[in-house]
Design a protein around this ligand. Structure first.
Ligand code: AHG
Ligand code: MN
Ligand code: MN
Length: 318
């Protein structure tokens, strides 16, 4: 439910919400630091250089100036927070370990600017963050203690969960994040489907699945930005996003540690599901920091249907 402007709930800022929900002190510090970092990332998106950085990331993907700049902004915040013991960025090729002695420490896997190539066509992009207690990032997503994303769209919003529901905040004219709604839920099948990847590389099972979604009246909504595409399903409370296994790309495209696990945490917290077609995303044991996985994520019914089409395909092709 959305708070009515003017009601006291409407004025709750992010830090107060974390305290009201008795979120552990250092986790509150961490989430607020990440929210602060977003203000500098917004500025770099609006005014920064849209060019290439002349470097590439672990995946051999050309880094844009904005990828590198956003990553630097977040690294600085994480290093100075005093509550982070390790972090991994999409833009760096190894886990960075930090000294952290003061109380509970956390590890962060993040995508500093997901969809960065969409900035030059003025489409929405986002920052995706996965948080674990302690210093081990190579755990299943089930072990996350929090996840959040920051969506740089017509409005700048933060969606977070620490395991007690999914809550949305919007940046106001003073650049403060104030509560928009609590306990976002995905509870209805149908509505929209968001099919990533080249259709000509879809396997038969996935292609039949998409045909069944269209036959049942799902409307196609795909921006090419994972954060806005997932946000649309969360905020409408319905639908499914997929970036499936493709011919020649059995693991699809999206990265497990800092794209799929955090979004799976949020979507499951909202009552939805996230699967690689065979098992929950959050039960996948990471093998490497660059793991990818196919993904079907959204309302439970639509995800279960995807798994049935994939299982049927497996039964036929073996
Ligand atoms: P990133 O910009 O961090 O590399 O991620 C982009 C991802 C994700 O935002 C989106 O779902 C997917 O790329 C879109 O891929 P296609 O362009 O192949 O559809
Ligand atoms: Mn990404
Ligand atoms: Mn990225």
């Amino acid at each position: 439910m959305t708070s009515e402007p003017g009601s006291t709930k409407f004025q709750i800022d992010l830090r107060r919400h974390l305290r009201n929900n008795e979120v552990e002190r250092n986790l509150t510090i961490l989430i607020c630091e990440l929210a602060e970092a977003s203000k500098y990332i917004i500025n770099s998106i609006r005014t920064g250089d849209l060019g290439v950085a002349g470097t590439s990331n672990l995946y051999g993907e050309e880094q844009l100036e904005l990828d590198v700049l956003s990553d630097r902004i977040l690294q600085k915040r994480l290093k100075n927070s005093g509550v982070v013991s390790s972090f991994l960025s999409e833009e760096s090729s190894e886990v960075v370990y930090l000294a952290c002695e003061d109380g509970q420490c956390y590890s962060v896997a993040y995508d500093p600017l997901d969809g960065s190539s969409l900035v030059d066509v003025n489409l929405a992009v986002g920052t995706i963050i996965s948080i674990y207690a302690g210093s081990d990032l190579m755990q299943t997503g089930r072990k996350q203690v929090a996840a959040m994303y920051i969506l740089y769209g017509p409005r700048t919003t933060i969606v977070y969960s620490t395991g007690n529901g999914v809550h949305e905040f919007a940046m106001n004219q003073l650049m403060e994040y104030t509560l928009v709604q609590e306990n976002v839920t995905i509870d209805k099948a149908g509505g929209i489907y968001s099919p990533g990847g080249q259709r000509n590389l879809y396997t038969d099972g996935t292609r039949e699945y998409v045909l069944s979604l269209e036959a049942s009246g799902h409307k196609l909504r795909y921006s090419g930005g994972f954060v806005p595409d997932i946000n649309q399903i969360l905020m409408k409370g319905r639908g499914i996003f997929m970036y499936p296994h493709l011919k020649g790309h059995p693991n699809g495209k999206l990265r497990l540690l800092y794209e799929l696990n955090p979004m799976a945490f949020l979507v499951e917290q909202a009552g939805g599901a996230a699967s690689n077609g065979y098992m929950p995303i959050m039960d996948i044991k990471p093998q490497g920091i660059d793991d990818r996985a196919p993904v079907f994520i959204g309302c439970k019914e639509d995800v279960a249907m995807a798994e049935s089409f994939v299982a049927r395909e497996l039964a036929v092709t073996g």
